[in-house]
Design a protein around this ligand. Structure first.
Ligand code: 5GP
Length: 191
């Protein structure tokens, strides 16, 4: 079946807005949803495993897959680090009779929804403010001062794209944001 006849869910947001927590909630609750494991060239963080959070690739391996047309979309999300959604990953999930959930950056989300316009639901998770986002990233403790500054300036820019998506959910309260996202997905999938 051509890629574009299948349904998929895109969850996007500035980094730190809570999209990973919301995605985890959905995946735990609905076994028919399946996390789309992206390819990435950044180094695994403590506790991350190849083939679980990401398919961790070298830059050479990633570039070879770009050349071979293996990605539905890819971006250099941060300076020096490539991230991308593999066609084979979406196909693996559809073949299992499930619906892929993509946790990807804003530009990648825009590209992918153009390709799957009628068949995708794109949800933009918005942090209440950039100040709140800063606090959340600080408490996560995974950022250096430099990567924090990069993420925050990118976040301000990305927030200007919120209107391009099917649905915007402001994450003031994580439980409420999870419920709102769940409702939108159930409506879209007819569940
Ligand atoms: P992190 O390095 O914190 O895991 O992820 C950094 C950013 O890359 C996050 O916003 C995440 O959603 C995004 N990302 C993860 N996978 C993909 C992908 O396949 N494509 C794109 N465009 N962005 C991705």
């Amino acid at each position: 079946m051509p890629l574009s006849n299948q349904k998929l869910i895109i969850i996007t947001a500035p980094s730190g807005a809570g999209k990973t927590s919301i995605t985890r909630f959905l995946l735990n609750k609905y076994p028919r949803l399946s996390f789309s494991i992206s390819a990435a060239t950044r180094k695994p963080r403590a506790g991350e495993q190849d083939g679980v959070q990401y398919h961790f690739l070298s830059e050479e391996q990633f570039r070879a897959k770009i050349e071979a047309g293996e990605f539905v979309e890819w971006e250099m999300v941060y300076e020096g680090s490539y991230y991308g959604t593999l066609k084979s990953e979406l196909q693996r999930i559809w073949d299992a009779g499930k619906v892929p959930v993509l946790d990807i950056d804003v530009k990648g989300a825009i590209h992918i929804q153009q390709q799957f316009s009628g068949n995708s639901l794109s949800i933009f998770i918005e942090p209440p403010s950039v100040e709140e986002l800063k606090k959340r990233l600080e408490s996560r403790g995974t950022e250096t001062a430099e990567s924090m500054a990069t993420r925050l300036s990118k976040a301000s820019y990305e927030m200007s794209f919120s209107h391009q998506f099917n649905k915007t959910i402001i994450n003031r309260d994580l439980d409420l944001a999870c419920l709102e996202t769940e409702k939108a997905i159930k409506e879209f999938l007819g569940w």
